[in-house]
Design a protein around this ligand. Sequence first.
Ligand code: F3S
Length: 76
Amino acid sequence: ILFASVNQEECIACGACNSAAPDIFDLDDSGIATVVFAGDNNRGVTAIAEELQEELQEAFDSCPTQCIQLAESPFA
Ligand code: F3S
């Protein structure tokens, strides 16, 4: 897993991803999550650092709506 993007249509603003991986996910004013790692801006085109893979997996596992999308290659 290297790339991540939140399907914001499905995000219910629970905040679990931000708690598990604050360096990867941030929440906007409405609580909707976005991938902010290295300025990715939720595009899913920035490889998430190797040392953050564990928390990325934790965030993925903790999302109640499974709206965190992970991939081995960039989303766009
Ligand atoms: Fe949203 Fe899932 Fe995070 S519901 S706030 S993407 S844990």
